[in-house]
Design a protein around this ligand. Structure first.
Ligand SMILES: NC(=O)c1ccc[n+]([C@@H]2O[C@H](COP(=O)([O-])OP(=O)(O)OC[C@H]3O[C@@H](n4cnc5c(N)ncnc54)[C@H](O)[C@@H]3O)[C@@H](O)[C@H]2O)c1
Length: 300
C-alpha cells in the first residue's frame, strides 16, 4: 500500500491505537503529524518513525477546541506542505453510571471525542478545499457507540454521534472527492485494561506475547491488527469507500449497518394510545431491537 506523497494527522497518537495508526501510515510512506496532549509521548513516537526511515513530527495540542484543531492542521501544512488524511483518534474515558456521572466528566469526554472530531474534521475539510481535491477523514468510533455500554454515558453519546457525523459528512463532502468513514476498533490497550477479564490480556499484549487464536478470531487483538484498515482507508484504493462504519479487531473485519426502520404501519387519521396498545403486541413487538452488545468482546 503506497501512501508516498500523502500527509496524515493522527490525534492521540502517543500510545495505543493512535501510535499504531501513525506508525503504519508512516511505514506505508505517508508523512505523519503525531498529535498527543502528552507531547513527550508524541515526540517518542515521531522519533521512532524517523529512526525507521519515515517522516514524522510531534504536536502537543489537546484536541477539542477550534484552536487546537487549527494548530494540528497548520503543523501538517508548515512541516509537510499539505494535508491528505485526518485520523481523529484522541480519546479519554471517565466511566460512571448515569446518576453518578458528574458534569465535568461528561463534558471532558464529549469535548475530546465528539467536539474534537468535529473541530479536527472541519479544519481538515477546509484544508482539503483550499488545496483543491479531496482527502480522507477517518473518524474513530467504538462498539460502545453502536450498542449499550454500561457506565459510559458521555462516551456512548460521543461515539454514536461520531457515526452520525460520518453519514452527514460523507454526503456533504462526496462531490469534493473526500471520503469519510468510521473505524470501530477493538484492541488491547490501557483503555480496555479495566474491563473485567481483559487486564491480563493487555499485559500479555504489552509484553509482545501472542494473543490466543480464539481471542483473535473473536475480534480482540493488538492495535497493530486495526492499523491496516486505517492505511487502506487512507489509500487511493479506498476512493470508493465512504459513509461506512467498519469494525476491526484481532483477525476480524466487519461492516456495521446504519439504522433504518424495520417496520412501519400507517393508520388513517393517526394513532391513538388505545390503538397503539391494541396493535403493539402483534404489529410492533416482534420487531423490537436488541440494544446490548452481542458478539463484540471489548467495549473501550
Ligand atoms: N482500545 C479499544 O478497544 C477501543 C475500542 C473502541 C474505541 N477505541 C477508541 O480508540 C481511540 C484510541 O484508544 P486507545 O485504546 O488507544 O486509548 P489510549 O488511552 O491508549 O490512547 C489515547 C491517547 O489519546 C491521548 N489524548 C487524550 N485526550 C487527548 C486530547 N484532548 N488531545 C490529544 N490527545 C489526547 C492520550 O494522551 C493517549 O495517548 C479512542 O478514541 C478510543 O475511544 C478504543
Amino acid at each position: 500500500m503506497q501512501l508516498s506523497g500523502k500527509v496524515a494527522v493522527v490525534t492521540g497518537a502517543g500510545r495505543g491505537l493512535g501510535r499504531a495508526y501513525a506508525t503504519a501510515l508512516a511505514a506505508a510512506g505517508a508523512a505523519v503529524v503525531v498529535n498527543d496532549l502528552d507531547l513527550e509521548l508524541a515526540e517518542e513516537v515521531a522519533a521512532g518513525i524517523r529512526a525507521a526511515g519515515g517522516a514524522a513530527v510531534a504536536e502537543g495540542s489537546p484536541v477539542g477546541s477550534t484552536e487546537a484543531a487549527e494548530a494540528v492542521v497548520a503543523t501538517a501544512v508548515r512541516e509537510f506542505g499539505r494535508l491528505d488524511v485526518m485520523v481523529t483518534n484522541a480519546g479519554v474515558l471517565r466511566d460512571r453510571t448515569l446518576v453518578k456521572m458528574a458534569d465535568k466528566d461528561f463534558d471532558l469526554v464529549v469535548q475530546t471525542h465528539l467536539r474534537g472530531t468535529f473541530t479536527c474534521g472541519r479544519a481538515a475539510a477546509a484544508q482539503f478545499r483550499e488545496q483543491g481535491g479531496g482527502g480522507r477523514l477517518i473518524l474513530i468510533g467504538s462498539p460502545a457507540g453502536q450498542r449499550a455500554s454500561f457506565g459510559q454515558t458521555g462516551y456512548t453519546a460521543s461515539k454514536a454521534g461520531i457515526v452520525g457525523l460520518v453519514r452527514t459528512w460523507a454526503a456533504e463532502l462526496q462531490r469534493s472527492g473526500t471520503t469519510v468513514n468510521a473505524v470501530i476498533p477493538v484492541a488491547l490497550t490501557r483503555m480496555v485494561a479495566t474491563i473485567p477479564g481483559l487486564a491480563e490480556l493487555v499485559e500479555r499484549a504489552d509484553r509482545g506475547e501472542p494473543i490466543p487464536a480464539d481471542v483473535r478470531a473473536n475480534g480482540l487483538g493488538t492495535p497493530d491488527d486495526v492499523a491496516p484498515l486505517v492505511v487502506f482507508l487512507a489509500s487511493d484504493e479506498a476512493a470508493g469507500v465512504t459513509g461506512q462504519a467498519i469494525g476491526a479487531g484481532g483477525d476480524r473485519i466487519s461492516i456495521w449497518s446504519h439504522p433504518s426502520e424495520v417496520v412501519a404501519e400507517v393508520r388513517e387519521g393517526g394513532w391513538t394510545a388505545d390503538a397503539l396498545a391494541e396493535a403493539f403486541p402483534t404489529t410492533f413487538q416482534p420487531h423490537l431491537q436488541a440494544f446490548l452488545p452481542d458478539t463484540v468482546p471489548g467495549q473501550g
